[in-house]
Design a protein around this ligand. Structure first.
Ligand code: GLN
Length: 234
């Protein structure tokens, strides 16, 4: 039995899971184990109740435009609790379609406007008969080089309250124009990286886990967990 326990919400995990985004949970569990922590993951999907207080971490994976359109309606009912979760500095990782739905809106490949919840200050436009596909490398000032694979129609423009996850060294990133990739707001990490992002970039997983542990157990000493060495996967 692990000493610490974290509850993870896998937002729309049955609908939003392109390119094995669920592997991010495997990665979180792998690092959590080395921090004497276990993680219980629960899918929160269409019609399910989501309460911020019930969860310590969350994953929102990527998906197709069609699924995003369906979720766009349901997620409005979860907006208040998702905002509470994000503003409460609880760690959330949102990939591609999930990233888009946390922002104001996404114009899909067929030109349809898919409303997000506007919890974060970005918006996403479309591109004409084109997608950004391929390996991507970015640089984050604190975390160093991050590696992934991107495949998206959307061109995202981040807001003033967000900072990018990194600067594009190779690949397209948020929009192919401003060299930004992803977004960070409080402990919410957004990215176009599939791959999945946390298996290849364990430093982000470590940051998320430490934040979740400090949030949940404010009086505990986590210096041992902080010392955990993340071995690069390449
Ligand atoms: N459907 C969205 C797009 O094409 C998101 C894709 C994804 O999540 N991989 O931009």
């Amino acid at each position: 039995m692990a000493k610490y326990h974290l509850q993870l919400a896998h937002l729309y995990g049955d609908l939003m899971n392109t390119y094995g985004d669920i592997g991010n949970i495997t990665a979180l569990k792998y690092y959590a184990q080395q921090m004497d922590t276990d993680i219980d993951a629960k899918v929160i999907s269409m019609g399910d109740r989501f309460l911020a207080d019930d969860f310590d971490l969350a994953l929102f994976g990527g998906g197709q435009d069609y699924e995003q359109m369906v979720i766009s309606k349901d997620i409005q009912g979860k907006k208040a609790e998702l905002v509470k979760f994000i503003e409460g500095n609880k760690p959330l990782i949102a990939i591609c379609g999930g990233y888009q739905l946390l922002g104001h809106y996404y114009i899909g490949a067929d030109g349809e406007k898919i409303p997000g919840i506007g919890a974060l200050d970005h918006y996403t436009l479309s591109q004409d008969h084109h997608r950004f596909i391929g390996d991507i490398v970015i640089e984050n000032p604190e975390l160093g080089k991050l590696h992934g694979f991107e495949n998206h129609n959307g061109r995202t423009f981040i807001g003033k309250s967000e900072r990018p996850l990194g600067t594009v060294l190779a690949g397209h990133g948020n929009n192919g124009e401003d060299k930004t990739e992803g977004a960070i707001y409080k402990s919410t990490y957004c990215s176009y990286f599939h791959g999945p992002i946390l298996t290849r970039n364990g430093e982000i997983a470590k940051k998320m886990l430490l934040t979740a542990l400090h949030n949940k157990y404010p009086d505990e000493d986590f210096s041992q967990q902080e010392a955990l060495e993340i071995k690069p996967t390449f």
